[in-house]
Design a protein around this ligand. Structure first.
Ligand SMILES: NC(=O)c1ccc[n+]([C@@H]2O[C@H](COP(=O)([O-])OP(=O)(O)OC[C@H]3O[C@@H](n4cnc5c(N)ncnc54)[C@H](OP(=O)(O)O)[C@@H]3O)[C@@H](O)[C@H]2O)c1
Length: 301
């Protein structure tokens, strides 16, 4: 099969389309013929070498953490899913013609494969962040970096739980945030004052999805360090805030919840751009610029 791999660290140019043996589904896994796969910043953080000091990456390495497609192989012990089913989920080395999913959910019939291909990581991360920071119905959540993939998911997942969301993004994206159900504000100096005006009674929790060195400021705004959580800033625990990185125990529940909300019309995933498989490098170059609205996806259809 064709797969995207790198044999040295560097910019998107190190990504090559190569011929490799297709992987097989192990116990508790399914293999899919990939129709679309999502672009995530964690990929370029790995292939550029940013994570090299604390994460062992053996070369050649693949890219891609999520995909959608058609089930074509069932691992041992798999029930409730059949060959030919359309699913989406989490995988390693997903940017390939075939990928093995470790967790998945059925793709709703009315959800395009491109949307499903970019959904798993943001659904899992968004659900985990909301659960872990402990914000509940009737409370207010401040989301720093709300217009990207994870932020777009967090806003809608939180709104579905009855949580009020204030989200930061550059001014041009404020209508986008409003469309998802958030109250927008800009990031940068003066954030605490702007949030105070939008939420005079205060905010109950904050998520940092941008890693812009804002943890102390978010703690001041919330008033309680443990109610601030970052998915990017490794220094968060030094301030008493939380850092979250590992997928939760049962990610498939988060995937199914997002799919259900999609079917109910309560969740959408804006695709900033869909790239053909041959242009994966361009997709990562755009992701690296750091201003994607919603999600970037690669189509293998
Ligand atoms: N720990 C985990 O489990 C986990 C899981 C998934 C993702 N992540 C990490 O979480 C981060 C977000 O992921 P993502 O997929 O949502 O990324 P993304 O889609 O690339 O995020 C892009 C967004 O970031 C916003 N942004 C850029 N600079 C900002 C700043 N200084 N302040 C606030 N917002 C800013 C941009 O808004 P503007 O254009 O308006 O600036 C843009 O809409 C990445 O670093 C990713 O690696 C971690």
């Amino acid at each position: 099969m064709k797969a995207i791999q790198y044999t040295e660290f560097g910019g998107p140019d190190v990504l090559k389309m190569v011929e490799v043996d297709a992987p097989h589904a192990g116990p508790g896994e399914v293999r899919i013929a990939v129709r679309a796969a999502g672009i995530n910043p964690a990929d370029w953080k790995r292939f550029t070498g940013l994570f090299r000091d604390f994460m062992k990456i053996e070369l050649p390495a693949g890219v891609g953490f999520e995909a959608a497609g058609i089930v074509d192989e069932l691992g041992e012990g798999i029930t409730g899913i059949a060959l030919g089913d359309a699913v989406f989920g989490l995988a390693a080395d997903a940017m390939a013609e075939y990928a093995v999913l470790s967790s998945w959910a059925a793709k709703p019939d009315d959800m395009p494969f491109e949307v499903a291909g970019g959904l798993a990581v943001v659904a899992e991360t968004g659900t985990r962040a909301i659960d872990q920071v402990g914000v509940e119905a009737g409370q207010t959540l401040l989301v720093n970096g709300a217009a990207g993939g994870v932020g777009s998911a967090v806003i809608q997942l939180a709104r579905a739980r009855g949580i009020t969301v204030i989200g930061t993004a550059s001014e041009a994206k404020h209508d986008y945030l409003r469309g998802l159900g958030a109250i927008p504000t800009t990031y940068g100096p003066g954030l605490a004052d702007r949030v105070k005006r939008l939420a005079p009674d205060g905010v109950d929790a904050a998520l940092d999805l941008a890693g812009s060195g804002i943890i102390p400021e978010l703690i001041d705004i919330v008033g309680e360090p443990s109610r601030v959580l970052s998915i990017v800033d490794f220094s968060a625990p030094e301030h008493g805030a939380q850092f979250s990185t590992r997928p939760q125990d049962r990610p498939e529940r988060a995937l199914a919840e997002a799919a259900q909300l999609y079917s109910e019309g309560a969740f959408r995933l804006h695709l900033a751009k869909v790239f053909p498989f041959a242009q994966v490098g361009d997709a990562y170059a755009l992701s690296e610029e750091g201003h994607v609205t919603g999600k970037l996806v690669v189509s293998l259809a």
